[in-house]
Write a protein that binds this ligand. Structure first.
Ligand SMILES: C[S@@+](CC[C@H](N)C(=O)[O-])C[C@H]1O[C@@H](n2cnc3c(N)ncnc32)[C@H](O)[C@@H]1O
Length: 242
């Protein structure tokens, strides 16, 4: 991965042209960070538009419009206080969750790619949720291993490496509150998860693991699971209070 120097960002135009355009835009944003507007709740829509434009320009995959509706609906219903998200990208879904959760919400979100972490932190620091959303850099699987046993979450949103969903669920399990809700995005994977045959070879492992994830949560008597076909498919698993 290319090295990005966040300090000493006065780079000349020639140096800039050598770098990835996404890094280039991040550097420009960071250089202007101190004077850039900080958005309150009322104007959050403007910041989200900037995020969508950034994601579209740099081909960053963020939750699609249909998936968003479901996520917002579930978060608004649950009103979580402690959220864990796997797969931050540039922080768009973190923002949606924060917007619809309890006003005291604290979100821990994990992201593998360094430049995404920088971008997410930039947008978070210019949002009303500064101090409420913490981005943990690195592989979510490793970061989950490092969570302290006392850390509990009443809402988990899984949206990182699809082939790791079963592993994520196993690792997250001991960190769930007794009434936790776990939402996993992309579980239908463009219809490939439910397809009996003809899944392209390079996607077979992902389709198989997503099937495994759906079976794992659907057959777990501690949870009531609904598979929504909106967007790329979301599995909503609500822990049933004993
Ligand atoms: C679909 S995007 C997340 C979109 C984001 N949740 C949103 O809707 O705004 C998936 C993200 O997971 C990240 N990712 C992939 N593998 C990962 C891993 N092993 N650990 C942490 N993040 C990972 C990718 O870099 C990517 O940014």
């Amino acid at each position: 991965m290319e090295e990005l120097r966040v300090t000493g960002t006065k780079r000349n135009a020639a140096a800039r042209s050598d770098i990835d355009p996404e890094y280039d835009d991040i550097l420009t944003m960071l250089e202007k960070s101190d004077t850039a507007e900080v958005y309150d709740r009322e104007h959050l829509g403007e910041l989200k538009k900037q995020m969508e434009a950034f994601a579209a320009k740099h081909h960053v995959d963020i939750i699609n419009v249909n998936g968003r509706r479901v996520l917002q609906e579930v978060v608004a219903e649950v009103k979580p206080h402690r959220v864990l998200e796997l797969g931050t990208a540039i922080g768009f879904s973190s923002m949606l969750i924060a917007e619809n959760a309890s006003s005291d919400v604290e979100i821990t979100t994990m992201e593998l790619i360094e430049k995404r972490v920088l971008t997410a932190n930039y947008f978070i620091s210019h949002s009303p949720f500064k101090g409420r959303i913490k981005v943990i850099p690195g592989s979510a699987g490793d970061s989950l291993n490092n969570l302290s046993a006392e850390e509990k979450f009443d809402f988990v949103y899984i949206d990182a490496a699809k082939a790791q969903y079963p592993d994520y669920f196993r690792k997250v399990y001991s960190h769930l509150t007794e009434n936790a809700v776990v939402v996993a995005d992309n579980v239908l994977f463009r219809g490939l998860t439910e397809q009996e045959s003809g899944v392209p070879r390079r996607m077979r492992t992902i389709a198989k693991r997503l099937r495994e994830y759906i079976d794992m949560v659907s057959n777990n008597p501690e949870f009531s699971t609904e598979i929504r076909h909106d967007g790329d498919g979301l599995a909503i698993s609500k822990r049933i209070l004993k």
